[in-house]
Design a protein around this ligand. Structure first.
Ligand SMILES: *[C@@H]1O[C@H](CO)[C@@H](O)[C@H](O)[C@H]1NC(C)=O
Ligand SMILES: *[C@@H]1O[C@H](CO)[C@@H](O)[C@H](O)[C@H]1NC(C)=O
Ligand SMILES: *[C@@H]1O[C@H](CO)[C@@H](O)[C@H](O)[C@H]1NC(C)=O
Ligand SMILES: *[C@@H]1O[C@H](CO)[C@@H](O)[C@H](O)[C@H]1NC(C)=O
Ligand SMILES: *[C@@H]1O[C@H](CO)[C@@H](O)[C@H](O)[C@H]1NC(C)=O
Ligand SMILES: *[C@@H]1O[C@H](CO)[C@@H](O)[C@H](O)[C@H]1NC(C)=O
Ligand SMILES: *[C@@H]1O[C@H](CO)[C@@H](O)[C@H](O)[C@H]1NC(C)=O
Ligand SMILES: *[C@@H]1O[C@H](CO)[C@@H](O)[C@H](O)[C@H]1NC(C)=O
Ligand SMILES: *[C@@H]1O[C@H](CO)[C@@H](O)[C@H](O)[C@H]1NC(C)=O
Ligand SMILES: *[C@@H]1O[C@H](CO)[C@@H](O)[C@H](O)[C@H]1NC(C)=O
Length: 876
C-alpha cells in the first residue's frame, strides 16, 4: 500500500527559520528560477537566475501562481513557473567527469488557465528517467505539503552538458526551480553490502536520488549552512525514531573540537557531528533494547545506499562502545566501534551500506542499533550522528509511482466537504449552546478547555468564494511510525500520520501505553478539563519527574483530528515564555493525545471570578495581562507568519505556579493574513462574548480580531465577571457592551471588581480601561496593536508599582507629563518588541517585568489600604 514514491524533502519551513548565516553558493552552481524574467533572491538570500537562456522550448509559457500558500518557505522560486505544453529540454552546461546535485522544485498551484492538478509529466536527465507520469499535485496532496523538492545526485557526466527533458503525459508539464550544483566526484564510493559485510558495492558511477537526510539528535540545517557549498538540507530525526527506546540526544561539549581526519569536510557540516543520539546511561536497559529508526514510503525493488555519520564526543578509547548495526533486520555491521574507526574523540567518520528493498519490506526501511556484548565493550551503548538514504538507479530509472493519499486523510476531506455544506446555518446555533452552557454551568471552564467548535479544515478548492484563502496550514506530512501501520483495505487506516515530519521532529512522541501510565489509565479523578476535542487529564511522565496536562481525543470520533494537527503544527513551531509549551504527542491506532506542560494554577478565569479562591491583586492582574499580551504579540509578529489565535478568552490564558500567564489552545488558530489582502476570509469561529463584530459581519479575520477578544479579557479582569452572563438584565449580558456603555458614561468605576476598589492606583485603572476600550473599537483599524497594548499595560503597571513601592501614592498622583515621557523612554529601551524573531523568545519574555512573587495571597493589603486613602479616585 505505501509503495508511493519517495517523499524526498518535505521542505517544511523549518529550514527557513534557522538563522540566515549565508555561505556563498559554489561559483559554478546554477540556480534557475523557472518562468522568471529577472534575477531574484529567495528568503535565504540565494540568487536565482532567469531560465529562458537554458531552455529550448518554443512551446513554453511563463506563469505566475495565483495563490501563495503560507507554507511556502520563500516566494522565490515557487510563485513563478515555466509551463510546457509539449516536450521541452533544458541544456545545462557542465564539466565532464564531475558529479552534480540536481534539485527540482515543484509548487502545484493554479497558473492562469493551467491547473497543476491536470499536469502529469516525466523528466529525464541524459537518458535517465527521474520522474515518470509524475503529478506534483497528487504527491503534495498525499504528503500534505505545499511544495516538493526532488534531489538527485547525477553521476559524473561523459559529456559537457546535462539535458533535462520534460515530456508531457497528460495536460502539461511545469517546474518552478532547478538547482544544478557541482559536487565532489568522490562523494560516493564503496558501500558494504548488508547481510554480506565482506562484500561491497561500488556506487561511484551511479545516479542516485536522495530520500532522507537527517541530523540525528540535532536540529535542521538549512541549505545555506551546509558544508562544501552543496546546498543540502538536513532535517532532524525525531520523527523517524521507532519503538520504546528513543535514545537520548547528545551534544558535544564545547571543548571537543570536531576534526575531519579521514573524510573531507564536505561530507557533512560540523553540526552533524556535534550532535548525536545514543541509547542512554543505563547499560542494562540498553542491552535489552534497540535504538531504531523507521523510514517509510521507500519504493521496493530498488537498491539503497544508507550512509551513517558517526563522531563519538564522549569516549576516548576503542572498545568502549561497540554495537551492531542492522538494516532491515539484517546485519550491516556486526561490531561498529566509532573510536576504533575514526581514531579518537571528536573525529568524524561515515560508513556506507547498500541494501536491496524487496517486496516483503512493504516499503519500509529499518535501521537498528544494538550494543554488541560479544566484543565486551566497557559500556553497553550505541550512537549515531547523521543518516542519509539514497536510491540507486535501476534500469536507467529512479522513478516510482505517485503516492496515494492516506485513507484517513481522504475521509477527513470528505467530512469537511459535508461539514462545510451544512456549516453556515449550523455553526451559530452550536456555538451559542456551548457558550451559554459554559457561562451558566461554569464547571466546564476548569482546566484547559479545548476549543468548543469543530475547526473545519477548509481546502481552498472546494470553498471558492467565501474561503479563498484558508487552506494551507503549515505543511503536514503523511507518515507512519507506529507499529501496525499498514492500512488494511477498507475502513480507517491504522496509525497513519498526519503531521509534518518537521513538527514531529520538534516534539516528543509518546506511546499510548505511556499515556495510560501517566494518567493512571485515564482515571476520571485526574480530569482537569473537558473540551470539544476530549478530556484533559493531569498526569506525570518520566517516572514522576514531570507534571503534564494530557489532552486526549475522544477515541470514537475523528472530529478533533484537525484541531489536533493544527495545534501540534503550531505549537511545536512556536516557543515562547508566554505560550503553553507542547511537550509531545501520542498518535497510535485511533488514539490521539497532546502532552503539555502542566499549568498548576489553572485558568485565568478561575482566579478572577470562578471558584472560591484568593483574589488576585491589581499588580498580579496587570502582570498576567502583560504576559498574555506578550504571548499574543509573539503570535502576531514573532513567527514567520502572522498567527491569529481566534479564541482569546480567559479560559485560554493559563497560569503556572509562578503566576506566569501562558496563552493556550491553538486548535482554531490561523496563519495569515494574506500579504495583499490584509485579512483572511473565513467562516466565523471563536466564542460568543469575545467575537469581533467586524469579523462576525464580514467574515474577515485579522489580528485585530484577537485584539477585540483581548479587550474583553481586559474588562473581565477589571470587572471580575464573565464575558456573557445571561442571568443579568439584558443591557448587561454582554460585558463588552456594558463596559463600553459605562466607560462612555464615566461610571466604569461602579462595575469594577469590588475587591479592587480602594486598593489600587486609579490612574493605573484608567490607563487599563482606556486600553481595553480602544481594543473594543468597532473598526479593526481603530484598535491598537498588541505592541501598543503592551506599552499601555506596562505603563499601568508602572503607575501601580509607583503606588505599591511606597514612592507614595501622592507622587504617582502628581506625576507630571514629563515624568510620563521619561518612563516611556525607559520602557522603549527595555523592551525590544520590534525585534522579534523565532527563537529569540527571551527578548520579549524575560526583560520585563520580574515575575510576581510566588505567593497565594493578594498583595499586601496594608500598603494598599494606606494608599487608597491618598489616591484621588478620579485620577488626573
Ligand atoms: C498517469 O497517472 C494517472 C494517475 O495516477 C493515471 O490515471 C494515468 O493513467 C497515468 N498515465 C500513464 C500514461 O501512465
Ligand atoms: C515526448 O517525449 C516522450 C518521452 O521522451 C516521447 O515518448 C514522446 O514521443 C515525445 N513527444 C513528442 C511529441 O515528441
Ligand atoms: C563551555 O561550556 C562551559 C559549561 O559547559 C561554559 O562555562 C563555558 O563558558 C563554555 N565556553 C565557551 C567558549 O562557550
Ligand atoms: C538500570 O535499569 C535497571 C532496570 O530498570 C535498574 O534496575 C537499575 O537500577 C538501573 N541502573 C542504574 C545505574 O540506574
Ligand atoms: C533488535 O533488533 C534486531 C534486528 O531487528 C532484532 O533481531 C532483535 O530482536 C531486537 N531486539 C530487541 C530487544 O528488540
Ligand atoms: C524488522 O523488525 C521489526 C521489529 O524489530 C519488524 O516490525 C519488521 O517487520 C521487520 N522487518 C522486516 C523486513 O523483516
Ligand atoms: C489496527 O491495528 C491493530 C493491531 O495491529 C488491529 O488489531 C486492528 O484491527 C487495526 N485496525 C484497523 C482499522 O485496521
Ligand atoms: C468560600 O469559602 C468560605 C470558607 O471556606 C465559605 O464560607 C464561603 O461560603 C465560600 N464562598 C463561596 C462562594 O463558595
Ligand atoms: C532591531 O531594531 C533596531 C532598532 O530599531 C534596528 O536598527 C534593527 O534593524 C532591528 N533588527 C532587526 C533584525 O529587525
Ligand atoms: C499590616 O498587616 C500585618 C499583617 O497582616 C498586621 O499585623 C499589621 O497590623 C498591618 N498594619 C497596618 C498598618 O494595617
Amino acid at each position: 500500500m505505501s509503495t508511493g514514491t519517495n517523499i524526498v524533502f518535505f521542505l517544511a519551513f523549518v529550514s527557513s527559520f534557522l538563522s540566515f548565516g549565508l555561505q556563498a553558493a559554489s561559483p559554478d552552481s546554477l540556480m534557475l528560477g523557472c518562468g522568471s524574467e529577472n534575477e531574484d533572491t529567495d528568503a535565504d538570500g540565494r540568487k536565482w537566475l532567469p531560465d529562458s537562456k537554458f531552455v529550448t522550448a518554443s512551446n513554453s509559457v511563463q506563469a505566475q501562481a495565483q495563490y501563495q500558500d503560507p507554507a511556502l518557505s520563500s516566494e522565490i522560486p515557487y510563485m513563478k513557473a515555466r509551463i510546457f505544453t509539449s516536450n521541452a529540454t533544458y541544456k545545462l552546461s557542465a564539466k565532464s567527469k564531475q558529479r552534480y546535485f540536481l534539485r527540482l522544485h515543484f509548487y502545484p498551484a493554479n497558473y492562469g488557465s493551467h491547473n497543476a492538478e491536470q499536469a502529469f509529466f516525466s523528466v529525464m536527465a541524459n537518458g535517465v528517467t527521474l520522474l515518470k507520469n509524475f503529478s506534483a499535485s497528487i504527491t503534495c496532496k498525499a504528503t500534505t505539503q505545499a511544495y516538493i523538492v526532488r534531489e538527485y545526485s547525477v553521476a559524473p557526466l561523459t559529456k559537457d552538458d546535462l539535458e533535462l527533458t520534460f515530456s508531457v503525459n497528460t495536460g502539461f508539464a511545469f517546474v518552478n526551480g532547478i538547482e544544478f550544483v557541482p559536487a565532489p566526484d568522490d562523494l560516493f564510493d564503496q558501500a558494504t553490502l548488508v547481510g554480506n559485510p565482506d562484500q561491497s558495492f561500488d556506487s561511484k558511477s551511479s545516479n542516485l536520488q536522495t530520500l532522507y537526510r537527517l541530523n540525528v539528535g540535532g536540529s535542521s540545517i538549512p541549505p545555506t549552512k551546509d558544508s562544501g557549498s552543496l546546498g543540502r538540507t538536513w532535517y532532524d530525526d525525531g520523527s523517524y525514531i521507532f519503538g520504546a527506546n528513543a535514545g537520548v540526544p547528545n551534544l558535544a561539549d564545547n571543548k571537543t573540537k570536531i576534526e575531519y581526519k579521514d573524510i573531507p569536510d564536505y561530507s557533512a557540516p560540523v553540526d552533524i557531528y556535534t550532535t548525536a543520539r545514543s541509547m542512554g546511561p543505563n547499560g542494562s536497559v540498553n542491552i535489552n533494547s534497540n535504538l531504531t529508526w523507521m523510514f517509510n514510503q521507500v519504493d521496493t525493488k530498488y537498491m539503497y545506499i544508507v550512509r551513517l555519520h558517526f563522531c563519538d564526543n564522549k569516549n576516548t578509547k576503542a572498545n568502549q562502545v561497540v554495537f551492531t548495526i542492522y538494516i532491515n533486520n539484517q546485519t550491516a555491521e556486526p561490531a561498529a566501534d566509532v573510536i576504533g574507526w575514526s581514531g579518537g574523540i571528536g573525529k568524524a567518520a561515515y560508513r556506507d551500506y547498500a541494501t536491496i528493498l524487496d517486496e516483503k519490506s512493504g516499503g519500509d526501511l529499518w535501521l537498528t542499533l544494538h550494543p554488541n556484548p560479544d566484543s565486551k565493550p566497557q559500556y553497553y551503548d550505541a550512537l549515531l550522528n547523521g543518516v542519509e538514504i539514497f536510491k540507486l538507479e535501476t534500469g536507467k530509472s529512479l522513478a516510482g509511482p505517485n503516492p496515494k493519499p492516506s485513507e484517513m486523510l481522504e475521509k477527513n476531506e470528505e467530512e469537511q466537504k459535508k461539514n462545510f455544506e451544512n456549516q453556515k446555518d449550523k455553526e451559530t446555533g452550536s456555538n451559542k449552546a456551548h457558550v451559554i452552557g459554559g457561562a451558566a454551568g461554569g464547571a466546564a471552564a476548569a482546566g484547559i478547555v479545548a476549543a468548543l467548535c469543530i475547526a473545519v479544515y477548509q481546502r481552498k478548492k472546494r470553498v471558492q468564494g467565501t474561503e479563498s484563502h484558508t487552506n494551507s496550514w503549515l505543511p503536514i506530512y503523511g507518515n507512519s511510525h507506529t507499529s501496525g501501520t499498514k492500512s488494511t483495505g477498507s475502513g480507517r487506516s491504522n496509525g497513519s500520520r498526519h503531521l509534518s515530519s518537521a513538527a514531529q521532529g520538534r516534539c516528543r512522541r509518546f506511546s499510548f501505553v505511556e499515556m495510560k501510565q501517566a494518567t493512571k489509565n485515564f482515571d476520571e479523578t485526574n480530569v482537569i478539563g473537558v473540551g470539544g476535542f476530549g478530556k484533559v487529564y493531569k498526569g506525570v511522565i518520566d517516572n514522576g519527574a514531570t507534571k503534564v496536562a494530557i489532552k486526549r481525543s475522544n477515541p470514537q470520533s475523528e472530529q478533533g483530528v484537525h484541531e489536533f494537527q493544527t495545534e501540534i503544527e503550531m505549537l511545536s513551531e512556536l516557543r515562547h515564555k508566554h505560550l503553553v509549551s507542547l511537550i509531545g504527542f501520542c498518535e497510535e491506532d485511533n488514539e490521539m493525545c497532546l502532552v503539555y506542560d502542566y499549568m498548576s494554577r489553572g485558568t485565568l478565569r478561575e482566579h478572577i471570578y470562578k471558584g472560591n479562591k484568593t483574589h488576585l491583586s491589581w499588580k498580579q492582574r496587570l502582570e498576567i495581562c502583560i504576559g498574555a499580551a506578550k504571548g499574543l504579540h509573539y503570535l502576531h509578529t514573532g513567527a514567520r507568519w502572522t498567527i491569529i489565535h481566534r479564541d482569546v478568552k480567559t479560559t485560554n490564558i493559563l497560569l503556572d505556579e509562578n503566576w506566569e500567564a501562558k496563552v493556550s489552545d491553538f486548535g482554531l488558530s490561523k496563519t495569515g493574513p494574506d500579504l495583499n489582502k490584509g485579512h483572511v476570509s473565513t467562516v466565523v469561529k471563536g466564542s460568543f462574548g469575545y467575537l469581533d463584530p467586524e469579523y462576525f459581519k464580514r467574515q474577515q479575520l485579522t489580528e485585530k480580531s484577537d485584539v477585540y477578544s483581548f479587550g474583553v479579557v481586559l474588562f473581565e479582569v477589571l470587572c471580575a465577571r464573565p464575558a456573557l452572563n445571561p442571568n443579568l438584565p439584558k443591557e448587561q449580558v454582554s460585558l463588552a457592551d456594558w463596559a463600553l456603555h459605562c466607560q462612555k458614561k464615566g461610571i466604569l468605576e461602579e462595575i469594577i471588581d469590588p475587591h479592587l476598589k480602594g486598593k489600587v492606583n486609579m490612574e493605573s485603572i484608567n490607563k487599563f480601561a482606556d486600553t481595553a476600550e480602544k481594543c473594543l473599537s468597532e473598526c479593526g483599524v481603530d484598535r491598537p496593536s498588541l505592541n501598543d497594548i503592551l506599552w499601555n499595560l506596562e505603563f499601568a503597571l508602572q503607575l501601580q508599582e509607583g503606588t505599591d513601592s511606597g514612592s507614595t501614592g501622592l507622587a504617582s498622583r502628581t506625576r507630571s507629563d514629563s515624568d510620563d515621557a521619561s518612563l516611556r523612554n525607559q520602557h522603549m529601551m527595555a523592551i525590544h518588541y520590534s525585534n522579534l524573531s523565532l527563537g529569540s523568545e527571551s527578548e520579549i519574555g524575560e526583560e520585563q517585568p520580574p515575575p510576581s512573587s510566588n505567593n497565594n495571597e493578594a498583595a499586601p493589603d496594608n500598603d494598599s489600604a494606606i494608599f487608597s486613602q491618598i489616591v484621588n479616585p478620579t485620577g488626573r
